[in-house]
Design a protein around this ligand. Sequence first.
Ligand SMILES: C[S@@+](CC[C@H](N)C(=O)[O-])C[C@H]1O[C@@H](n2cnc3c(N)ncnc32)[C@H](O)[C@@H]1O
Length: 264
Amino acid sequence: MKTERDTWNPAQYDRFKAERQQPFVDLLAMVRSEPDMSVVDLGCGTGELTAMLHEKLAAAATLGLDLSPAMLAKAAAHAGPGIEFRQADIGTALPGGPYDLIFSNAALHWLPNHLQLLQRLTEVLSPNGQLAVQVPANHNEATHEVAARVAAMEPFRTALDGWTAPVHVLTPVDYARALHGLGYTQQRVELRVYGHVLASRDDVVEWVKGTTLTSYRERLADDLYDRFLAEYTRLLAERLADTRPFFFPFSRILFWARRDSGES
Ligand SMILES: C[S@@+](CC[C@H](N)C(=O)[O-])C[C@H]1O[C@@H](n2cnc3c(N)ncnc32)[C@H](O)[C@@H]1O
C-alpha cells in the first residue's frame, strides 16, 4: 500500500473545516435514510464527518476507509459501536460489502478512470443501494493552473519527471450519462459553487496546501517543495486580487443515484 510518504496533514486540512463541511452536509441531504443501513465512507479523512454520517443515518454499520495513516490516526477517536476505520486504497477492490450506501466526500478526485471506478463501486452496492459522491470541480481555476505551471518550470520539472497533477473529474453531464448506463434508475447530479469569504488571498495558499499541493509535496524533497511553494505563492498572487476579505468561489459536483425504481 502506498503510504511511505504520507503528506496529508490533518491540522492543515482542518484549517478550513467549516467551509469544507457544507458540501458534506449538502451531500448527506441527498441521501435517503433507511433503517439499518450498511455504509462505507471512501476517503474518510479525519473521520469526524464519517461519525456524523453514521449518527444522522442511524446506520447499523459504517466503515471509513482511507489510505493516510495521519488521517486515520485522528479518525480512531471516532471509532465505536457500529463505526470502524480501516486503512485501504479505495482505488483497488473495496473490503466487505454489499453496502446500502457508498458515500464519498472530496476524495474520489484523487482516483483515475471514473467510469471504471463507478462501475466497480456499483458492483459492491446492494440491490437498493445508494451512491453519494462529492468531488471538487475547480481544476480550471488559477489555484490549479498555477500549480501545473510551476511544476513545468525547472528545477521542479526534472524532479517531478514531467509530472503534473492529472484531472480525473468528469463533467456533470458525463456523470449523469455514466450513472444511467450503470443502471441507476434515479439520479441527481448538481454543480454547485460555494462562495467562501477568506481573510485574504494568502488563505487560498493555506487552503491549497492542505489538499491540491499534497500531491506535489509527496513527489518533491522537502527543500525543493519549499521552493515550489514560494514560487507558487508568488505566481498565484499575480492571478488573485489583493482584497480583504478575499472571495474564493469553489465549484463542486455532487451526485446521488440509486438503482431501484422506488419512489423518488
Ligand atoms: C480532502 S480529504 C477528504 C476527507 C473527508 N472525506 C472529508 O470530507 O473531510 C481526501 C481524503 O482522501 C484520502 N485518499 C486519497 N486517495 C485515496 C486512496 N486511493 N485510497 C484511500 N483514501 C484516499 C486522503 O488520504 C484524504 O484523507
